[in-house]
Design a protein around this ligand. Structure first.
Ligand SMILES: NC(=O)C1=CN([C@@H]2O[C@H](COP(=O)(O)OP(=O)(O)OC[C@H]3O[C@@H](n4cnc5c(N)ncnc54)[C@H](O)[C@@H]3O)[C@@H](O)[C@H]2O)C=CC1
Ligand code: BAL
Length: 502
């Protein structure tokens, strides 16, 4: 076996072949300067493997291949043929569902049963959705006069650069990848440095499905080098990014140099608002999912829980009891585990610094719900589910994205105060509102400044609906029909039927 593939033994016993090279032109290859970086199992803190990281030269080469493929091959085949290839990819993802999920569990610490399998099922669903959409990007006829009409067609950009995070390694890549390809673009994609493995594995499936070489090119690597080289490349026509608002802003600045089209999916501080007339048991169930799923490493995590004053004590009591019964921290491969570790030592330090700040600086009252079983994993990055009670809106914990299983709880009195507090954030990604009063629910949803509102549920996104942020949560939309439109540009073709111009 070459140095481009490594046999990895999973904690479940089986061994699989992991590609570690850059995937360009349907072949794995080393980086031009031989640079590699380590990827770590967050449950144990141990290194899994080193993978090749792309240099500027490698990014330029991947972009050149993607551009040639766009011009000579991909733009010449029909939408139906593109859809067929995506259907074949879906079949292979279905075949390798378990191994893909196990790779994400190993690399991201996501509980296998409750999280990683869900992620891969979502990847499968959206691969099929966009396979079906590849031949439906029809245009529009615009009547102007008897002697003139316009038709508008949707065209791909060309080469698109995709930069993705670690919290849903294959799913976040797929929120962009499948729609970009279905729309007719070729792709250069970078995974997060913490979680390169499942996307590299997908390269094998892309090749096996029969995609022409150069349609999908994977350049694993570091943000400031590989990521920045993709953003700055003058041959890349669009960037779609998911990650922190800080890096999103940087990408917007860099992309503005040649007015590159961008989609940015950034941070959030999503409120869950529970009115006194809600079904409290249901609200407890959804809100705990909203904050603890994926260990709170979720851009739409319900990190601000707002409770109407009359039901405050009842909600907290029920929330505590529900959490004790349903959220278990431990080995992500154990089917009883519902909360895995945080992604990295760096992220663990960031999240726990908020716990320290809350205690030492703000003196907040804490409700820690300890279901931790970390004795077997002394070096894993585990954090207990924690609520901070009666938190003022001025608190650092109320305003900043923590990205861990930690939420603030704040009381409100009545509709007007609830909407004021809910919108008191620089972010506007997700939000949830709980009430049995249907009029109140819709009025509240209309006033929320957020790209997604869940009424009487939370974080149950669907690939058929669009997703994206207001305010500093982002620019543009992903998923659903908006998700594929984001990878097209409109051309208006004017047709003059007059014989002579008067
Ligand atoms: N919206 C979301 O789903 C996510 C939000 N975050 C937020 O960001 C915080 C920090 O997490 P990080 O992993 O450091 O996020 P990040 O924003 O640094 O990383 C996201 C992606 O951007 C890339 N990147 C970093 N710097 C870049 C640059 N200069 N040019 C181009 N690409 C670059 C990274 O390599 C990665 O692929 C988290 O604590 C969380 O608050 C993180 C991940 C996902
Ligand atoms: N809930 C998946 C979207 C995200 O956290 O980025």
């Amino acid at each position: 076996m070459s140095d481009l593939f490594v046999d990895i033994k999973l904690p479940t016993g089986e061994t699989y072949e992991q590609p570690i090279g850059l995937f360009i032109n349907n072949e794995y290859r080393p980086s031009s300067d031989g640079f590699k970086f380590d990827t770590v199992n967050p449950a144990t803190g141990e290194k899994i493997v080193s993978v090749y990281g792309a240099s500027n030269e490698d990014v330029d080469y991947a972009v050149k291949i993607a551009k040639e493929t766009f011009e000579n091959t991909w733009s010449k085949i029909t939408g139906s043929e593109k859809g067929e290839l995506l259907y074949k990819l879906a079949q292979l993802i279905h075949r390798d569902r378990e191994i893909l999920a196990k790779i994400d569990t190993l690399n991201a610490g996501k509980p296998f049963t409750t999280n990683s399998l869900n992620d891969i099922d979502q990847v499968l669903e959206l691969t099929k959705f966009y396979a079906g959409y590849a031949d439906k990007l029809d245009g529009k006829y615009v009547p102007i006069s008897d002697s003139k009409f316009v038709y508008e067609i949707n065209e791909p950009f060309g080469v698109v650069g995709l930069i993705v995070p670690w919290n849903y390694p294959l799913a976040m890549a797929s929120w962009k990848l499948q729609s970009a390809i279905a729309a007719g673009n070729t792709v250069v994609i970078k995974s997060a440095e913490n979680t390169p493995l499942s996307l590299l594995y997908l390269g094998k499936l892309i090749k096996e499905a029969g995609f022409p070489p150069g349609v999908l090119n994977i350049v694993s690597g570091l943000g400031p080098t590989t990521g920045s080289a993709i953003v700055k490349s003058t041959e890349v026509d669009k960037i779609s990014f998911t990650g922190s608002t800080t890096v999103g802003k940087l990408i917007q600045q860099q992309a503005s140099i040649n007015l590159k089209n961008i989609t940015l999916e950034c941070g959030g501080k999503s409120p869950a608002v529970i009115f006194k007339d809600s079904n409290i048991d249901e609200a407890v169930k959804w809100v705990s999912l909203g904050i603890f799923y994926n260990s709170g490493q979720n851009c739409t995590a319900n990190s601000r829980i707002l409770i109407e004053d009359e039901i405050y004590d009842e909600f907290i009591e029920k929330f505590q009891s529900h959490t004790k019964k349903n959220w278990f921290i431990g080995d992500p491969f154990d089917s009883n585990t519902t909360i895995g570790p945080l992604i990295s030592k760096i992220h663990y330090s960031k999240v726990t610094s908020y716990l320290k700040h809350a205690q030492d600086v703000e003196n907040l009252s804490k409700l820690e719900i300890s279901n931790i079983k970390t004795s077997d994993y002394p070096n894993g990055f585990f954090v207990n589910p924690t609520l901070f009670l009666n938190v003022p809106t001025t608190s650092k914990l109320f305003q900043e994205e923590i990205f861990g299983p930690i939420a603030t709880v704040t009381k409100f009195s009545g509709f007007d105060q609830a909407i004021k507090i809910a919108n008191d954030s620089i972010y506007g990604l997700g939000s949830a509102v709980f009430t049995k009063d249907i009029k109140k629910a819709h009025k509240f949803a209309k006033l929320l400044k957020a790209g997604t509102v869940w009424i009487n549920s939370s974080n149950d996104e669907d690939i058929k609906a669009s997703f994206g942020g207001y305010k500093m949560s982002g620019v543009g939309r992903e998923m659903g029909i908006e998700g594929i439109k984001a990878f097209t540009q409109v051309k208006a073709i004017h047709v003059n039927l007059d014989d002579e111009t008067s």
